[in-house]
Design a protein around this ligand. Structure first.
Ligand SMILES: [Zn+2]
Length: 436
């Protein structure tokens, strides 16, 4: 459940002028805001600073520096006093599913695709966008709608127009897998059942699918590199998988996406699926439970990001059984080695794979610290590094010129990273959504 404090705090919402303007392109001159930050973690620096002033004009940060200095430029500014708190950049979750409400089992997944209309699912997605923002996530990469077609683009539009509160959304729309390799698959061949992804076959089909998705608003392209995960017989401790696309098909997806200025995320759990995705030239590996040392080295060499989604791995391991429990342990060990090797690990939770209403996405930060990151590394993975993955220089950092997306927590997250699950203040694009 969400902390009740956050629920009540959201009643203090946006100033009227800002609420009517689309947060991403607010042209109306709002009064400047001076935030007094007791402690600042700016998302890029290696250490915190204390006694900082942050001057905000419109939807951007105008100045950041010692409070006395910034105060001099802030005449007439409205003051927000966070002098007892730690201020950080708004969090970024690089792997979400707004249109999904948890799918620990095949039944829970099929239930949503078979018995819920896309409009109903979109209404829940609007609620989920609000939950994400209240948890401090001011940007998300939403990695496919699971059968709800292009509804993520509609949610993105409603947020951008200021119709509903929510994070900045980078949408992947439908995702892709070859015919018969993604749910819902049934033994009853007389029924055409809903597809969780866009079925895509052949090199020409791959290029067409990328063009269709981009035409309908995709910011990112996602495809499923593998399925059917299993450990080889002892002493082989490698996590294997069945690869979905031929190399030619996967390369066509990546090439066409890049030609159209879109980056590519690959769902790749087993080592075979990860290797295939890396051969195809993808930009990010999702889940990556089966990482081996040699694959980690390819990630470093090619500058590919790894989005591990640990929270969902724990959530589904029990209900799914089989290899899913040992996969969590395998990923834990690979993650720890990846941190040491300097792999660019970016925070992603797969929320939607677990219900938005049950767990706070910020739990993911805690796993990363348990797995070997310092709290500061974990914070960067969910702020500046995630912004780098998105190619958004003006997100994930508290610096002059960046968007005024920031959060505050009462304690010191460098001492207790769980503080990040208890945000007391959330601002996006200069608009306050949660107040202490
Ligand atoms: Zn996912």
């Amino acid at each position: 459940m969400r902390p009740s404090l956050v629920l009540y705090a959201t009643l203090a919402v946006a100033p009227t002028a800002a609420a009517q303007a689309p947060p991403l392109r607010s042209a109306q001159p709002a009064p400047p805001v001076l935030i007094k930050a007791g402690r600042l973690i700016d998302g890029r620096s290696d250490g915190p600073q204390s006694g900082v002033g942050i001057l905000i004009e419109g939807d951007r940060i105008k100045a950041v520096g010692p409070l006395a200095q910034v105060q001099g430029q802030a005449r007439g500014a409205r003051v927000i006093d966070l002098s007892q708190m730690t201020v950080l950049p708004g969090f970024i979750d690089a792997h979400t599913h707004l249109l999904l409400q948890g799918d620990p089992t095949a039944e829970s997944y099929n239930e949503q695709l078979l018995y819920e209309s896309t409009p109903y699912r979109a209404i829940l997605a609007a609620r989920n966008a609000r939950i994400a923002l209240e948890h401090g996530f001011t940007a998300i990469r939403d990695l496919e709608t699971e059968g709800a077609m292009y509804a993520d683009v509609d949610v993105r539009r409603a947020v951008d127009r200021g119709e509903i509160p929510g994070p900045r959304i980078f949408a992947a729309t439908r995702a892709m897998a070859p015919t018969g390799m993604y749910p819902i698959v049934s033994d009853n061949w007389e029924l055409e059942l809903p597809h969780g992804v866009q079925p895509v076959d052949g090199v020409e089909g791959a290029r067409l699918a990328v063009r269709q998705q981009v035409a309908h608003g995709a910011d990112w392209i996602k495809y499923y590199s593998d399925r059917r995960y299993y450990f080889g017989p002892a002493p082989d401790s490698v996590l294997h998988s069945w690869v979905n696309f031929t190399d030619d098909e996967a390369r066509a997806i990546v090439d066409e996406a890049h030609r159209l200025g879109r980056k590519v995320a690959a769902h790749a759990i087993g080592s075979d699926g990860i290797a295939a995705a890396l051969r195809a030239g993808v930009n990010t590996i999702e889940h990556g439970d089966g990482m081996t040392d040699s694959l980690l080295e390819v990630l470093v060499a090619k500058g590919v990001y790894w989005v591990p989604t640990v929270t969902v791995a724990y959530y589904v391991a029990g209900p799914r059984g089989g290899a899913w429990g040992p996969m969590v342990e395998h990923q834990h060990r690979a993650f720890t080695r990846g941190v040491k090797k300097g792999v660019r690990i970016v925070l992603g939770t797969d929320v939607g794979g677990f219900p938005w209403t049950e767990l706070n996405q910020a739990k993911e930060f805690e796993y990363y610290v348990q797995y070997g990151m310092t709290p500061m590394q974990a914070i960067k993975s969910g702020t500046s590094l995630a912004a780098e993955l998105l190619g958004q220089r003006d997100l994930g950092v508290i610096a002059a010129g960046a968007y005024a997306d920031l959060v505050a927590v009462a304690g010191d997250p460098l001492k207790d990273v769980a503080e990040l699950s208890r945000v007391r203040f959330v601002m996006k694009g200069g608009v306050t959504y949660v107040s202490p």
